[in-house]
Design a protein around this ligand. Structure first.
Ligand code: FUL
Length: 744
């Protein structure tokens, strides 16, 4: 029997529940904390969960969608990630520091708030705290008169951005750390930061602590910190080691597909957050194994035994570079605009807020490479989201009472929702009033009344029938689904399951800018070779250059495969008739005595040391990061080796690395082929290695015997498409790592 939503009864239940939680109310606000009465049935728990709602501060936090982290400190000048607390403040001397430039770059990228590391784990303070000398006042910067917290908060205020503070509880410099006196020290610093810099919107407490077994242990007085914040900055959310905002559980930039903002209160307990936080310096996709990382935090199953439920939304923090602080040698490893787009869809598009770290360099400026990547990223998002193609549609909803019109899901206001009155399946149909091409679905729930949708599918009317194009579980504040472009005049959303009645607030259809693929992306070749460019949009025109310059609409137009006869750098992009363009793409081709053509490009960081890395005669060690390995993420290794002339071959072997802790798995199948002409290949061997059942670090060798002659050898190693359930990367594609291809 579906529940009938009776708002009066519902409110009564809630007033009573709230009354029981007078203490909790100190930290929580409105309905964002509820206790579950002892005898509640699983259905009653679900009903209660459906009515847990964000506090006012949580709601305005969520609506920002995108915020910026600044990691800047003595670490920037010592070229390190975690200081020991013994660093000399004299080294802190940015020569061109310009906080207005930072804030402008962030604002142009779409960010709404800036959170700065006022004090990182090394204890160095970016403001002249009265309680320690380990501050900017002891540095030559601005002749010891500087206050970076002030410069950043002023720049934020001037440019209409919100401002937040990061204050590391772990402090490796302060002598009192490890005693009750430290709690006073910390509260004093917190008081300075919360009193002297205007409105603070977010206070970020890190859970990291690298103290070993003999290190000092601090018993933090969290309750006092929290009440101080509530008193001095009542609108600020307290993040991560705090009651308002939950760390998503990874620093990879990717949130969960199923993301509930309503979870058991136990998840907000500091000890369990700290246990899952960093215990040592780790770069690149830090993946802890803790409860916060569990795939299911808020399903019916996950909440059925909870004693209290809270609204505890997820924040995805990730750095635009491998490290949190700026390092010169990472200037070439700034995340590409494509990667940032992917992160956006996988964080903001999965009911999370994205906190993107953009660290200033030693000059005190945001580096040009970061600025360029952010600009391209913003322009791609603006281009995708400029037009809701469903805006003028006629939207109707079918319920047991008949068909009603539901214009509110198209009014651009996420505070108004269509009034479903019952649970069970409900179908929303949209007549688009003409044919439209789209590849993104946007859904938003009105979270002011709770998060309710549990399962949906999206259908498009194609060739006279409803075709499933996408499906999902939770929606929450925002859900974005991407799929291959489709064209139709009618679509529908089937909400298959929800808690109470669904409260869908917004519905949107969008078209992303076109994309271009290049094949092969990199290669070494002997005589000549062909490169194929293709776009996912038939309307897009592709342009390219071969002289290293940026291509545009006046460059050479791609008509047929490009014949390459000498070492070439190819640059290309696709442009739509309306001017929307793809990201800039690159291919590099080197003429050599020996050739290796890789169909799918390796990751920049794992390129095996260059185009001939796979056949350079130096085998990779067990350490996948030793610079020898060719690593590809989420695609197969498809390598063709050209020996320049027909040669005698006896055996061919290929070695693979498996380091499951870093998401590198053995290939699922390896095929080894030979050919005389580079077109017709004969398969010598095709076999698999099984699947890792637990964490593993080892090498695998695939071997084929052949007593004959050939000029070309091809190796196709299939990557594992879905990481197995026992691994934190469950369901996601794995890396494939190879080195070396030996032809003897
Ligand atoms: C982690 C810290 O250890 C890193 O240095 C960084 O500040 C990140 C945001 O949180 O726990």
């Amino acid at each position: 029997m579906p529940y009938i939503f009776d708002s009066k009864i519902y409110l009564l239940v809630f007033s009573w529940l709230i009354a029981l939680n007078i203490n909790a109310q100190k930290l929580y606000q409105g309905n964002n904390f509820v206790s579950i009465p002892g005898q509640s049935s699983p259905e009653q728990v679900v009903m209660i969960a459906a009515g847990v709602t964000p506090s006012a501060r949580q709601l305005s936090w969520q609506e920002m969608e995108l915020t910026t982290f600044i990691h800047f400190s003595l670490n920037t000048f010592y070229n390190q990630e975690w200081g020991r607390g013994t660093e000399d403040p004299v080294k802190f001397n940015p020569t061109e520091l310009n906080a207005a430039q930072w804030v402008k770059v962030f604002k142009d990228a779409g960010s709404k708030c800036v959170i700065i590391t006022c004090k990182h784990h090394d204890g160095f303070c970016l403001w002249p705290s009265r309680f320690t000398n380990h501050t900017v006042a002891s540095s030559p910067w601005r002749m010891g008169k500087g206050d970076l917290v002030k410069e950043v908060s002023d720049a934020c205020r001037k440019q209409g951005m919100k401002f937040g503070i990061y204050l590391s509880p772990w402090d490796r410099h302060e002598k009192s750390y490890g005693s009750e006196a430290y709690n006073y020290y910390f509260m004093n610093q917190l008081t300075e930061l919360l009193s002297n810099y205007g409105e603070v919107s977010e206070v970020w407490f890190d859970g990291a602590c690298g103290e070993g077994p003999n290190g000092k242990k601090q018993v933090y007085n969290w309750e006092s910190y929290y009440s101080l914040i509530r008193k001095l900055q009542p609108t600020a959310v307290i993040a991560v080691m705090g009651p308002d905002v939950r760390w998503v559980g990874t620093e990879s930039g990717y949130g969960r597909e199923t993301e509930w903002s309503v979870v058991p209160y136990a998840l907000a307990i500091q000890d369990s957050i700290a246990a899952g936080s960093q215990q040592q310096v780790v770069k690149d996709s830090f993946i802890p194994q803790c409860d916060m990382m569990a795939q299911d935090l808020g399903s019916r199953e996950a909440i059925k035994n909870a004693k209290n439920l809270i609204w505890y939304p997820s924040e995805v923090d990730v750095s635009i570079r491998p490290g949190w602080f700026w390092h010169e040698n990472e200037n070439s490893r700034v995340k590409t605009p494509e990667k940032l787009v992917d992160i956006y869809y996988s964080s903001v598009g999965r009911n999370s807020l994205l906190l993107l770290n953009i660290p200033p360099d030693t000059r005190g400026l945001i580096h040009e490479n970061d600025v360029a990547s952010l600009q391209e990223w913003r322009s791609a998002l603006n281009s995708a989201f400029k037009n809701n193609l469903a805006e003028n549609a006629k939207a109707t909803q079918a319920t047991s009472k008949g068909i009603t019109s539901v214009p509110l899901i198209l009014d651009g206001d996420d505070a108004t929702n269509c009034e479903a009155t019952e649970t069970g399946e409900s179908i929303l149909e949209l007549d688009l009033g003409g044919f439209k091409t789209f590849d993104v679905l946007l859904l938003q729930e009105n979270i002011r009344v709770g998060q309710r949708i549990e399962k949906f599918r999206f259908q498009v009317f194609i060739n006279n029938q409803w075709t499933n194009v996408g499906e999902g579980t939770t929606v929450g504040y925002k859900r974005l689904l991407r799929f291959a472009p489709v064209t139709s005049d009618k679509v529908r959303l089937v909400i298959e399951q929800s808690r109470l009645a669904p409260a869908l607030a917004e519905f949107g259809l969008y078209l992303q800018p076109p994309s271009v693929t290049v094949s092969p992306a990199t290669a070494a070749f002997t005589d000549s070779m062909q490169v194929v460019l293709s776009s996912n949009s038939p309307e897009a025109a592709i342009f390219y250059t071969t002289d290293g310059t940026k291509p545009g609409k006046y460059s050479a137009r791609y008509i047929k495969p490009i014949n390459i006869k000498q070492s070439t750098e190819l640059n290309f992009l696709a442009i739509m008739p309306g001017g929307e363009h793809s990201f800039y793409g690159k291919g590099s081709y080197n003429k050599a005595n020996y050739g290796v053509i890789l169909k799918n490009a390796p990751d920049k960081q794992y390129d095996g040391g260059g185009l001939l890395g796979l056949v350079d005669g130096v085998e990779g060690t067990i350490d996948f990061g030793d610079g020898k390995w060719t690593g590809i993420n989420g695609k197969d290794l498809d390598a063709t080796v050209d020996m320049g002339k027909e040669s005698e071959i006896h055996t061919i072997s290929v070695t693979f690395n498996e380091t499951t802790a870093s998401w590198i798995f053995r290939p699922t199948e390896v095929t080894i082929q030979v050919s005389e002409n580079g077109t017709d290949f004969r398969t010598l061997q095709s076999s698999g290695f099984g699947l890792a059942k637990s964490d593993n670090t080892r090498r695998f060798v695939a071997k084929a015997k052949y007593n004959g002659e050939a000029r070309y050898v091809r190796v196709i190693a299939k990557h594992l498409d879905k990481i197995p359930d026992w691994h934190p990367g469950k369901g996601l594609p794995a890396w494939v790592f190879a080195d070396e291809i030996k032809i003897e």
